[in-house]
Design a protein around this ligand. Structure first.
Ligand code: 5GP
Ligand code: ZN
Length: 115
């Protein structure tokens, strides 16, 4: 996608601090971290959001989670904990329409999915 910031990061047109890249996914630090560790795990292929996924993407999603898990361990978050978040659509505050998994952690997080 021509005007997608994450496509530009993946293909090297825009700079980001890469933590991992393989045939399927790229992981890099979020430019505006909300926790001490804030990593984005992004499919190399442009997919706008969870809404565009189908069963052929199940392996990709599993891989995104396993890469995020490995990075969580790398950053010593295994015991302290971390969150994996995929914002989807306006109410969730999705701002970049290229699917991405947030790995956030490194301090207690005040908000919760519980009410
Ligand atoms: P969303 O709000 O769509 O769930 O998350 C998008 C994330 O992408 C935000 O946390 C934002 O800080 C991050 N982001 C937006 N533009 C860039 C960029 O150019 N580089 C990096 N590294 N992160 C970005
Ligand atoms: Zn894209």
């Amino acid at each position: 996608m021509d005007n997608c910031i994450f496509c530009k990061i993946i293909n090297g047109q825009v700079q980001a601090e890469f933590l991992h890249q393989d045939d399927e996914v790229t992981a890099f630090f979020d430019a505006r971290p909300i926790t001490p560790i804030h990593v984005l795990v992004v499919p190399n292929k442009h997919i706008a959001s969870v809404n565009q996924l189908d069963t052929s993407n199940e392996g990709l999603l599993g891989h995104m989670i396993m890469v995020a898990r490995a990075l969580a361990f790398h950053f010593h978050l295994k015991e302290s904990g971390y969150r994996l978040v995929i914002n989807t659509g306006p109410d969730a505050g999705q701002s970049v329409y290229h699917l991405h998994l947030h790995l956030i952690g490194g301090e207690p997080m005040p908000f919760s999915v519980k009410k």
